[in-house]
Design a protein around this ligand. Structure first.
Ligand code: ZN
Length: 469
């Protein structure tokens, strides 16, 4: 069957038992990209079979994070907890087909398929005995009767090709527990089928579920989706990423000033080597180029340094005026009613190439304008010319206080007094910032404003009452 004859429907199906983290966002992204590539639908579904640990707060935060990343779902499917009657209906259908049977063993409900032998003794019980024990109220779970006709069972993973295993290696797994609840394994099949899911793109930790789920599809006469099990992201010590390290949650990155474009562009490169590495891409632009067959089966390693590379690209993409807006209270005295001063924008432009996040930018702009520690960290005595320079700078009218005029003033003073350029500017920079290096000094002085600059040079404004700003 050709790809074009089936509408592409993908889903991301997290458990609402925690925040969205890097690994989940990666899976969600690939589902989004493949759906959009095919002009299809991307569904979000909360698998809340673990009622005790599931929370609507996590549902809301996962949806909020996906939306913030720019990969909001087209639909939010019903929760598994709301679909018990539908699962029961499908289970009854399987039982009628002879593909499911009640199991009365004491291990019933203890777990999913944790039996020593592949075939459960209850599989062979006569029909009448089953009916009698059930109507007598005997506790039981429901098991899937794995077909035994063939020695081998083959299913296909799109990235791995045909996968074959011995039929007798698949135990008669549990579909419904003793308490009437349905297993995750079974519920997923019914949900995916009912939503018309065409491609199940999920982490490879689910690969072992695929043959069992494929068997359920076949027993019901439903066409199975294409299985696409993508590699799991590991940390740089090649351990599974864990929620315990809170820094990997999408929300914590957002709170730390990361831009969504950086995270999306970075995540796209994990397992998809053709994703652009030299620019920030929108999810839709990525979708146009995405090919699920190009996903490599190499385990990707979460690499913060690589992510910072995309962070710097993302900050570089933001207009300077918008970055100024993000800096907030930090720069409230450096703009005018009509917006930031041109020098403030120049300063932001100077600082941003090294910044991966908005918080980085805030910190580096703040640092570049920070007063020397202890009020004036000038080593030794002030140069004898410092008072005269202060007077000359003070002669610059307030409305002309910008980097060009400051620079010209300093240059002519330095030439007149025949001070070596390096000594002059180094001494002045230390006096004003307490640091030996940083952005152009005239730019800092302009952004600080005349009053603050005077205070730092001479300890106090020449005549504070005359200085309006
Ligand atoms: Zn049994």
């Amino acid at each position: 069957m050709g790809e074009t004859s089936v509408r592409t429907v993908t889903r991301f199906a997290p458990s609402p038992t925690g925040s969205l983290h890097i690994g989940g966002a990666h899976t969600a992204l690939f589902n989004y990209l493949w759906a959009k590539r095919g002009g299809g639908v991307f569904i979000l579904r909360f698998e809340d079979t673990d009622r005790a640990r599931s929370s609507i707060i996590y549902e809301e935060s996962i949806l909020r994070d996906l939306t913030w990343l720019g990969i909001a779902p087209d639909q939010v499917a019903a929760r598994q907890s709301e679909r018990g009657s539908r699962y029961a209906e499908v289970l009854a259908g399987l039982a009628a087909l002879g593909a499911a049977y009640p199991c009365f063993c004491s291990h019933s409900g203890a777990g999913e398929g944790r039996v020593e032998e592949a075939r459960d003794p209850c599989r062979g019980l006569p029909h009448d005995e089953r009916r009698g024990r059930m109507s007598a109220g005997e506790a039981h779970c429901w098991r899937f009767a794995v077909p035994e006709g063939d020695v081998f069972f083959t299913f296909r993973d799109r990235l791995r090709g045909d996968m074959t295993l011995r039929t007798d290696s698949i135990a008669d797994f549990v579909l419904a527990r003793g308490d009437g609840s349905h297993t995750y394994l079974f519920a997923v099949v019914v949900d995916d089928h009912d939503s018309g899911v065409s491609h199940v793109i999920r982490g490879e930790e689910h690969l072992s579920n695929a043959p069992k789920q494929e068997l359920i599809y076949r027993a019901l006469g439903w066409s199975a989706p294409e299985w696409v099990h993508i590699p799991m992201i590991l940390d740089n010590e090649r351990h599974k990423l864990s929620k315990r390290g809170g820094a990997i949650s999408i929300g914590s990155y957002r709170d730390a000033g990361w831009l969504p474009g950086a995270l999306i562009s970075y995540l796209a490169t994990l397992s998809w080597s053709r994703a652009p590495a030299d620019r920030i891409s929108t999810p839709l632009a990525l979708a146009r180029a995405f090919d699920v067959d190009a996903v490599a089966l190499v385990t990707p390693v979460h690499d913060e340094e690589r992510m910072r590379h995309f962070g710097r690209l993302s900050v570089a993409d933001v207009p300077l005026e918008d970055l100024f807006g993000c800096l907030g209270v930090l720069t409230q005295n450096t703009g005018t009613a009509s917006g930031p001063s041109p020098d403030m924008l120049l300063l932001i432009g100077e600082m941003r190439p090294a910044c991966a996040t908005i918080d980085d930018l805030k910190a580096s702009v703040a640092l570049s304008l920070a007063a020397p520690e202890g009020g004036g960290a000038f080593p030794g005595a002030d140069p004898e010319w410092i008072g005269d320079l202060a007077k000359r700078l003070y002669d610059i009218p307030r409305e002309d206080w910008e980097s060009e005029s400051i620079k010209n003033c300093m240059r002519s003073f330095q030439k007149e007094r025949e001070i070596k350029g390096r000594d002059f500017y180094h001494a002045l920079r230390l006096k004003i910032t307490g640091r030996g290096e940083g952005p152009p000094l005239a730019l800092i002085m302009s952004c600080l404003g005349r009053t603050a600059t005077m205070e730092r040079i001479s300890g106090a404004p020449p005549d504070a009452s005359l200085l309006p700003n």
